[in-house]
Design a binder for this molecule. Structure first.
Ligand SMILES: [Fe+2]
Ligand SMILES: [Fe+2]
Length: 275
């Protein structure tokens, strides 16, 4: 049973251009030492989507153990360069991080699907510019990926924008289309949702936020791994151990010299969900 366990390092919101260099160096050392089965990087690689910031992010990624599954965040689209923002929003991302905007990782234990929720057109009446979206086409894509996957695989969806807000907070920052998405993700048998964006680490069952959802899906949020734009939390990332019926989330936070475990939460899959 133990050998069926997979380890996953969930890093997010690196924000090259505004990073704390000792933290980035410490994270590289830690991930090289721990060598997870997969590193998930859930967006905001840069602060302003500049080529120089992307080059720094690329140099950082090159030092990490592979494979790395990456998706972009809202900061990976230029904000002030309006021409690029609307016509070539992810040109630098594609050049320096990856050309693959629909990344998928699969092994004998888990299926991990990355979805790009960053959008150029976000100043709409129903959302603030930095809140991303998930589209019907992307949900169809997820369905096609998940459909032919063996039942026992743990199915993990990675987005930049979260599906549930931090405990006790209002709805801000939630991905647009989340309510519609929940219906589909439930049908497609998704088990875990990994995201970032809010620079706060927390986790919970989506059913606490979506009353219509029957399926228990765990939403796991990572803080900012390396950015100085911290929201009253130290830099941190999630070390996630995945088994078919058990998920353990260790929040590893920066303590000035090295990363150390802040909290460990274990969820067991029981008939009524992840508890
Ligand atoms: Fe961010
Ligand atoms: Fe973000």
């Amino acid at each position: 049973m133990r050998e069926a366990m997979r380890t996953l390092a969930h890093i997010s919101d690196l924000h090259f251009g505004r990073i704390d260099p000792p933290v980035a160096a410490g994270l590289t050392i830690e991930l090289q030492r721990l060598a997870p089965n997969l590193i998930v990087a859930s967006g905001d690689f840069t602060q302003r989507a500049r080529a120089s910031q992307y080059r720094e992010a690329r140099a950082f990624l090159d030092q990490l153990p592979q494979p790395v599954l990456a998706i972009p965040g809202n900061h990976d689209i230029p904000l002030y360069d309006v021409f690029r923002r609307f016509f070539f929003p992810l040109s630098n991302y594609r050049k320096h991080i990856t050309r693959d905007l629909r990344p998928v990782y699969q092994d004998e234990e888990m299926l991990v699907i990355g979805v790009n929720t960053a959008r150029s057109f976000t100043a709409s009446f129903d959302g603030f510019w930095k809140d991303g979206a998930i589209s019907p086409e992307q949900l169809l894509d997820i369905e096609l990926q998940a459909r032919d996957t063996p039942e026992h695989l743990v199915k993990i969806l990675v987005t930049h924008h979260p599906f549930i807000p931090p405990p006790g907070e209002r709805v801000h920052g939630i991905v647009r289309g989340a309510t519609e998405a929940m219906i589909k993700l439930e049908q497609h048998g998704i088990d875990l949702l990994l995201a970032g964006h809010l620079h706060m680490g927390y986790s919970g069952d989506v059913r606490t936020h979506f009353e219509a959802t029957k399926r228990s899906m765990l939403s796991i949020q990572a803080g900012t791994a390396t950015s100085t734009r911290r929201r009253s939390e130290p830099n941190a990332y999630n070390w996630i151990s995945v088994e078919q019926n058990r998920v353990t989330i260790e929040v590893r936070e920066w303590r000035g010299q090295a990363f150390a475990t802040r909290t460990t939460r274990t969820f067991n899959r029981l008939p009524d969900g992840w508890t």
